[in-house]
Structure formats: C-alpha cells, structure tokens
Design a protein around this ligand. Structure first.
Ligand code: PMP
Length: 363
C-alpha cells in the first residue's frame, strides 16, 4: 500500500513509538504521590517541557488534551466567553461545530482569508475571538498568520490558531505573531493518536471544559493520555524534509494536471506536502475507489469527512462548488519516496484515462 494521506494522520515516527511503549510500561497515574505516580509525573512534565520548547511557550502554558478537536473546543469555550466568535470559512469541522453561532470570515478564490472582510468584521465586533487555521487540511493553503495577528491586535481581538497541519511542516512562532492560543495534535506530526495540546499566551487564564480531578492545573480535568503524550513529545520538532517533500508533491501535481486534473489552492504559499486535485466530471468517490484498488491511500476532503464524502465546504468556500465533489487530496507523509510518487502517477493516469473515457461515452 502506498500511503499518501498524511493530513489524515502521519505515519508514526520510530522515536514516538518507542517513547509511547516505554510510557505504557510505566506503572502509575501522574496524579498519585507514591513513587510509581512520581515516575509517571516525570514523563508528563518532561514531555511538557519538550513541547513548550518546540512551541516557544512556557511549560505552564501547555495544556495537554486528547487531540486538536478538544484543544479547539477548549479554546473557543475558554477564550470565546463573552466575545463575538469569528471563524474562517475553511476551518476544520472541530472549529465549526464548536462555534455554531459564529460569523464567517470569507476566503478568497485562492483559499487565503479575506483580510478586508476580516477588518470589517473586527470593526463591528472589536472584542471578538477570531479562529483561523495556520494551514488548511484539504488544500494546504497558509493563511498568513502574521497579518491576521496584527489586525486582531489592532482591534483588541483575540486570535486562536488551529496549527494542526502546519506544526512540524511549516513552523512559525504563532504566539509571537499574535495568537492568544494555538492547537496541535500529535498524530499529525508522527506521534500516536490520542494526544494534543492547547498552547496559551503567557499568563492567559482559562476556564476548563472538563473539571473532575483538577489535572493540568485545573484547566483540563481527566487523566492525561500519558503514552500518547510521551510519543507526541518524542515526535515534536523532529527534522522534516520540507524541500524534498515539496519536489515530490510538485511532481505529482504536474503529472496529474497533464492527465486533465485541476490543482485547487495552488499558486499561494502552501504546505509542502499537500495538493487538492479535481478531475472535472469524475466523482471523488470513483477516483478514491479506483486508486484504493490499485493500492493507493488518498482521501477526499478531510479525514473526518472521508467516511461520508460530502462535497467539501473548503472548496465551496473558495468558489469551486462545481468541483467540490470531484477533488481528491494527496498529502505526502514525512517518509514519502520517489518510488511511491511513481506508483501513484501510474495508477492516477490509468484511473483518469478509464474514468474520463467512461464519462465521455455516457455524455
Ligand atoms: N484541525 C485540523 C486542521 C485537522 O486537520 C484535524 C484533523 N483532521 C483536527 C483539527 C482535529 O484533530 P484531532 O484528530 O487531533 O482531533
């Protein structure tokens, strides 16, 4: 199987696997005061220090969660209290679902946030919580957090950044760029599934979503997922061959365009590993099934949507409603090779030829 669905989950890094297994073999709950509890606590606090270093934050400002869905929900719950919520049109469902009453910040046809529209919204709601992602999970398009952070600061608004797809691939100091908080998820950069974090600006106090045992300094009740956290910390900050991955992605993109595909969100700063490729007239599902049968794992839209295959709200927001049900996402993992790219291209060419011929015969 050739795996090109890294935006759904990156392959586990060996260091992360090792750290997670070692933590699994550690007896004790980090909240217990006996020796095994203290051993577990040591793993937790060392992981917190590593994550803080990688995120240019203080350990006290790292709140471990079960993943980014929870980190995003916590940010909106805690920072959005009493504030108007403004969210990007192409945000992940974990943001959209946590902010159903939000006003939408439109994006331009290239997928980047419409800054004039954001400014108008901020003028109307200066006390807002703005949620914009660093990089989009379907297209890889980067929003340009620096300009957004400056706009939010100028209007006294808070900014929460979903940095899930950017961290590890396209790192920035989001706090220094004006974010009040940002969310990360271990399995999107080679850690195990089940742990993420909300990183807070220094000194920002938040109220918890879950209370219970008072873990995470009372900001996130619940026993922390120690093995997944240890794995997350082992994976964070590991070297990422961005330039090499971008070359492989560009090869795939150029090849697919030559077969009749349209690359959506290309032409603006993007993640190095992602391309969104529509094949006009051919349903994404048809493409996915044919590629799966040829041993290739790619997806349509976000992983959360891949089970239901609804047309992508991201592509619709970019004005590509007609192509929204016809695009597949190819997202290369950190471990991608040119042999995998060759195999993908051969399978894509065969799939496109067959599908386009069948569509033409029906027309
Ligand atoms: N935000 C983005 C941009 C994502 O791609 C995802 C995962 N698809 C999430 C949030 C949710 O992350 P998790 O799987 O850790 O809940």
């Amino acid at each position: 199987m050739i795996y090109l669905d890294a935006n759904a989950t990156e392959p586990l890094r060996p260091e992360a696997r090792e750290a997670a297994l070692a933590a699994m073999d550690t007896l004790g709950n980090p909240s217990s005061i006996h020796a095994p509890g203290r051993a577990a606590r040591k793993i937790l606090e060392e992981a917190r220090e590593t994550v803080a270093r990688a995120c240019a934050a203080r350990p006290a400002d790292v709140i471990f969660t079960s993943g980014a869905t929870e980190a995003n929900a916590l940010a909106i719950h805690a920072l959005g209290d009493g504030r108007k919520l403004l969210i990007g049109a192409t945000e992940h469902d974990s943001i959209r679902a946590a902010a159903p009453e939000a006003d939408i910040i439109p994006v331009q046809a290239n997928g980047t946030a419409d800054l004039a529209a954001l400014e108008a919204l901020l003028k109307a709601h200066p006390n807002a919580l703005v949620c914009l992602m660093a990089a989009n999970n379907e297209t890889g398009v980067l929003h340009g957090i620096e300009a957004i952070g400056a706009l939010c600061a100028a209007h006294g608004a808070l900014l929460h950044v979903d940095a899930v797809q950017a961290i590890g691939r396209c790192n920035q100091d989001w706090l220094a760029l004006g974010a009040a908080s940002f969310a990360i998820s271990g399995h999107k950069f080679g850690g195990p599934m089940g742990a993420g974090a909300l990183i807070l600006r220094r000194g920002l106090e938040i109220k918890p979503l879950t209370r219970g045992g008072g873990q995470e300094q009372g900001r996130r009740g619940g026993t922390p997922p120690l093995p997944a956290i240890a794995g997350l910390a082992a994976a964070i900050g590991k070297p990422y061959p961005a330039a090499q991955i971008a070359v492989l992605r560009d090869e795939i993109e150029a090849f697919c365009i030559a077969q009749g595909a349209v690359a959506l969100g290309a032409g603006v700063p993007r993640l190095p590993n992602t391309t969104s490729l529509a094949l006009p007239g051919i349903r994404a599902e048809t493409q996915l099934i044919a590629l799966d049968m040829a041993g290739l794992a790619v997806s349509a839209g976000s992983a959360c949507a891949s089970g239901k295959l609804a047309p992508s709200h991201v592509l619709e927001a970019m004005g590509h409603a007609a192509l929204a049900g016809q695009a597949i996402r190819v997202s290369l993992p950190w471990s991608a090779t040119s042999a995998a790219v060759e195999k993908f291209c051969a399978a894509y060419a065969a799939m496109a030829k067959r599908a386009l011929r069948a569509a033409a015969a029906l027309a």
